[in-house]
Design a protein around this ligand. Structure first.
Ligand code: HEC
Length: 235
């Protein structure tokens, strides 16, 4: 089982590529590119990084715009990327994490192999590192930090694919980025399509590359399954 790391264009660096890490399909490598994409494709707002309006049945949608697109200088998109960069993952529920149940679940998470994809700890690049093909320098506030995303930021086929290709080509059509599990307790619609309504359901939906690990999960006692879920609820 090995995650796929795709190279995708960084819009603010003249489309030079970097390893994708953001979005369900890792379609972006930088938050600025992501913000410009969301402005265009979710809100219909063009910006210098995404200057072309979408079309509907071949007709530009700006014919129907009642107001001018407001981000001609790209300042909104920049501010939005800064906001995302400054947003923290929710902290852990320390009280729950300290219970024997959650601690047992914490051990099981590694023992049965969940952390092969849901990687516990990643250290960010040192402050001063130039990334995004020269477009961003890692500031002190973000550099050299051990983060606990419980995700590897890579694409895997766990049997939930939707066949949609974004920036990764045909081989990625049925792959999805490992969902980072930090802040898990704040979510109740799980998986990329929001179709799983409980932790247990979401776990049992994993197949493909995760089949062996899920086999291990199925073989846990009911007490151990609940302990693992209590651990997830503490994240
Ligand atoms: C082969 C890699 C892999 C393994 C092993 C794996 N997962 Fe996942 N996990 C994923 C991927 C990829 C997704 C996103 C799938 C989707 O959205 O369709 C995911 C999604 C989830 C989600 C949903 C999170 C959300 O916010 O929607 C939970 C919960 C989860 N995994 C828990 C587990 C647990 C517990 C184990 C161990 C029993 C496990 N996973 C093993 C790759 C893996």
């Amino acid at each position: 089982m090995r995650g796929q790391f795709i190279q995708v264009p960084v819009l603010e660096a003249g489309n030079l590529v970097r390893g994708g890490r953001f979005g369900w399909k890792n379609q972006h490598a930088s938050l600025l590119s992501f913000a410009a994409d969301a402005y265009l494709n979710e809100m219909g707002i063009t910006s210098p990084l995404q200057p072309n309006e979408n079309t509907s049945n071949g007709r530009p949608v700006d014919a129907f715009d009642k107001v001018l697109d407001p981000d001609n200088d790209g300042q909104d998109v920049e501010a939005f990327a800064r906001f995302m960069r400054a947003t923290k993952a929710p902290p852990r529920d320390e009280a729950l994490a300290a219970t024997p149940d959650a601690q047992r679940g914490d051990q099981l998470f590694t023992l049965i192999g969940c952390d092969v994809c849901h990687v516990r700890t990643i250290v960010t690049a040192p402050a001063g590192t130039v990334i995004n093909q020269g477009a961003f320098t890692v500031p002190a506030a973000l550099g050299g930090k051990a983060i606990h995303p419980f995700g590897d930021f890579l694409l895997h086929n766990v049997g939930t694919g939707d066949g949609i290709v974004q920036n990764g080509g045909q081989s990625t059509r049925n792959k999805v980025r490992t969902a980072p599990l930090w802040g898990m307790r704040t979510r109740d619609r799980l998986m990329h399509d929001g179709e799983s309504l409980s932790r247990n359901e979401a776990i049992l939906r994993h197949a493909g590359e995760a089949a062996l690990v899920i086999f291990n999960y199925r073989n846990l006692s009911a007490v151990d399954k609940n302990a693992l879920i209590t651990f997830l609820n503490s994240l």
